[in-house]
Design a protein around this ligand. Structure first.
Ligand code: IPM
Ligand code: MG
Length: 375
């Protein structure tokens, strides 16, 4: 009997290509797993009005972990246009299924390692090693949004905050509002994960990426929580930087940073920046990790123009699969994947188009499988 049940969620576009590549690596390692396909993505929004069908949610409750490829997200207008005619005007709203999975399964830690592989031609600088901890369930991406803003919401806010009067002068349907809502619990658990990681991996410092000088309440809550949790980890330094300044500092002195922690949107932004420092989205992988379940994924999108062309770099997905098996407890097999990827990058014989080469998606997977025999 298989030791693990893994939900296999390729999704849209190049998600399929890169997941096939990752499977080659898992198969070569002889992971005792049963891989169970789950429907997810744009097709299921258009046909069924739900990009994360109930049967897929059920699959997640019946498996140990999930590996996810990529999905197509579009803006509100396009989303409604492509919905099947019989599903129109039923009040259906598209939410990116990765966001839904993070929220519904309480996968509150988004962990994004950004470590430069030696001699990657795409490195911004050698030696960069930053891990981003992004809060994954709250903040500006919590989905508390209005347009038009209901009358009772408008008046309630004005009653408690006179600054709202400025916006209430406009007609309701000419104002849109997305709120940034955060809890003490939400702030605390992501910050704690960042410090625990720093302790376990002997990292000298954790840096909070926020903007408490402007976002006084939510940013302030994050900062207060940071100070409180940091006190429990006296051997680890803590620092803070505003999101805007951090974009600059990370370019100026990327090797000065080790572990970053941020709320949802700031973590989204800063993790793309950090990804670019170590090779771009072809190398960016992440774990969406809760207390009981986790979904691992490459951070890139579905790149529809390259779908099915066997062209994109599968390393991000291969590394996501590595992170997944490490989370399952297969530490030595995970280490072999890392060492093999490192070797392939360093040797430089196999390079996908983003790295300036002509190696295909499957060719890159074959190169990693081959390197696994040599590490
Ligand atoms: C990411 C992506 C997602 C996000 C999108 C696809 C909803 O940008 O995982 O970083 O914003 O969280
Ligand atoms: Mg992002």
């Amino acid at each position: 009997m298989a030791k693990y049940k893994i939900a296999w969620l390729p999704g849209d576009g190049v998600g399929v290509d890169v997941m096939d590549a990752a499977r080659k690596i898992l198969n070569a390692l002889d992971i005792q797993a049963e891989y169970i396909h789950g429907d997810i993505g744009w097709e299921f929004w258009c046909k069924e009005g739900n990009p994360l069908p109930e049967r897929t949610k059920k699959l997640l409750t019946e498996t140990d972990v999930a590996l996810f490829g990529a999905i197509t997200s579009k803006n509100k207008e396009e989303t409604m246009k492509e919905l099947a005619p019989e599903l129109q005007n039923k009040g259906l709203v598209y939410t990116s299924p990765i966001v839904t999975m993070r929220q519904q399964f309480d996968l509150y830690s988004c962990v994004r390692p950004c470590k430069a592989f030696p001699r990657n031609p795409l490195n911004y600088k050698e030696g960069i090693d930053i891990t981003v901890f992004r809060e994954n369930t709250e903040g500006l991406y919590a989905g508390i949004e209005f347009c038009p803003i209901p009358e009772d919401v408008r008046t309630a806010i004005e009653k408690n905050n006179k600054k709202m009067a400025r916006f209430n002068k406009f007609p309701a349907d000419e104002v849109a509002m997305s709120t940034r809502i955060m809890t003490k619990k939400g702030c605390e658990r992501i910050i704690r994960k960042a410090f625990e990681f720093a302790r376990a991996n002997k990292k000298p410092e954790v840096t909070l990426v926020e903007k408490p000088n402007v976002l006084r309440e939510t940013g302030g809550l994050m900062l207060q929580t940071m100070k409180r949790v940091a006190a429990e980890f006296p051997e680890i330094k803590w620092g803070e930087g505003n999101i805007d300044a951090m974009c600059m500092w990370l370019l100026k002195n990327p090797d000065r940073y080790h572990v970053l922690v941020a709320e949802n949107m700031f973590g989204d932004i800063i993790s793309d920046l950090c990804a670019q420092l170590v090779g771009g989205l072809g190398f960016a992988y992440s774990g969406n990790i809760g207390d009981k379940y986790a979904v691992f994924e490459p951070t890139h999108g579905s790149a529809p123009k390259y779908a099915g062309q066997n062209k994109v770099n599968p390393l991000a997905t291969i590394l996501a699969a590595m992170m997944m098996i490490e989370w399952l407890g297969e530490k030595s097999k995970a280490a072999r994947i890392y060492a093999a990827v490192s070797k392939v990058v360093e040797e430089g014989r196999a390079r996908t188009y983003d790295m300036g080469g002509t190696t295909t998606t499957s060719g890159m997977a074959d190169a990693v499988v081959d390197a696994m025999k040599r590490v």
